[in-house]
Design a protein around this ligand. Structure first.
Ligand code: ADP
Ligand code: MN
Ligand code: MN
Ligand code: MN
Length: 339
């Protein structure tokens, strides 16, 4: 028997976007625990905007377990929040609304800013601005990326891979202090689960550097600095294997019809980012385009070349969006289109 440190991770009840919460449970296991072996747990929902004080218990239902390489016998336990009956999802539990299908695939491209002392990493601490955008995207060298960002993003990659998270890559982004990583997963909830755990790991890692992650989609307001998105790439088995131009056009018509429902869960303050500038479409319009980075949905060349089969990129979700709500909405809209 060994003592395992299980970090239970869940989403709180804050609106419009939940925060990550976590607490540690020590438990004995013969070897690294399977999901079935990890027990339900509880927490005080009155401290997380998930319950009233007089009846404050909420339950944590483990849904995925990942090794935590930063600790001896450490595990990261992603959880859904349940009511005390342990069967009914809490109203804040968006994961429970996702139509589950192992053949639904998602790839999320998470952009974010690293912040120190209230400004993006690399901005002069007392005010003012660094050189304008141009050389930062995929840039190298101290003047472009500073001295600690690279260590943070590379260490984050290592920790994610050790956890079995399908982290696919990193790039320095267009604004100074701005970065991206991508996560891909097969199964309706896989990439979303891993994205939340990857966000958790990045936040926790940054504590060591006195750095915060700013997930806001337009942290520098309307100045001439890029905002942050979370482009959401998706495909179903039907899209990959059958597809076709008629089905694609019907799918896009459904995305147009439910435009407002999509925007509602694509992250707060998105009107600040989806302006029609900086590689975006305006928030009140829906369009799609071949390899068009100014479109709501970008259609990859490979999609058209392969007979309208493959994946599509919804470019509207922002960096603060909840991948559970995003995946849930995309699948809901797809389900309205006859195959
Ligand atoms: P770009 O920045 O040009 O949009 P990225 O490489 O950052 O491209 O992101 C592409 C994303 O598309 C990745 O997250 C990848 O996993 C995802 N993806 C690739 N193929 C599929 C697929 N068949 N279904 C869903 N997502 C996919
Ligand atoms: Mn990308
Ligand atoms: Mn990007
Ligand atoms: Mn993209």
């Amino acid at each position: 028997m060994a003592k395992y440190k299980l970090e239970y991770i869940w989403l709180d009840g804050y609106q419009p976007v939940p925060n990550l919460r976590g607490k540690t449970k020590v438990a004995d296991f013969e070897s690294f625990p399977t999901l079935e072996q990890v027990p339900f747990w509880g927490f005080d929902g009155s401290s997380t905007r998930q319950a009233e004080g007089h009846s404050s218990d909420c339950m944590l239902k483990p849904v995925a377990v990942y090794p935590d390489a930063t600790k001896e016998n450490g595990a990261l336990v992603m959880c859904e929040v349940m009511l005390p009956d342990m069967k009914t999802p809490h109203p804040s539990n968006a994961r429970a609304t996702i139509q589950d299908d192992p053949d639904d695939w998602f790839g999320f491209e998470q952009e974010y800013f690293l912040y120190k002392d209230g400004v993006p990493l690399g901005f002069p601490p007392g005010g003012g601005f660094p050189a304008p955008q141009g050389e930062y995207y995929t840039g190298v060298g101290y003047k472009n990326v500073g001295s600690i960002a690279r260590e943070i993003v590379d260490t984050h990659l290592e920790i994610c891979l050790e956890a079995g998270i399908n982290h696919e890559g990193i790039n320095a982004e267009v604004a100074k202090g701005q970065w991206e990583f991508q996560i891909f997963g097969k199964g309706s909830t896989t990439a979303a689960d891993q994205m939340w755990v990857a966000r958790y790991l990045l936040l926790r890692l940054c504590e060591n550097y006195g750095v915060d992650v700013n997930w806001h989609c337009k942290p520098l307001g309307n100045l001439d600095w890029n905002g942050s998105g979370m482009h959401s790439n998706f495909s179903t088995k039907h899209m990959r294997e059958v597809g076709g131009k008629d089905y694609f056009e019907a799918l896009m018509a459904a995305f147009d019809k439910y435009k407002n429902e999509h925007i509602a869960v694509y992250g707060p303050d998105n009107h600040l980012r989806l302006t029609g500038l900086h590689e975006t479409q305006s928030i009140d319009k829906f369009n799609y385009g071949l390899a068009n980075r100014g479109a709501s949905v970008r259609v990859p060349h490979s999609f058209v070349n392969d007979g309208y089969r493959g994946y599509l990129e919804d470019r509207r979700p922002n960096s603060q969006g909840d991948p559970y709500q995003i995946a849930s909405r995309i699948l809901q809209t797809i389900a309205t289109v006859p195959k």
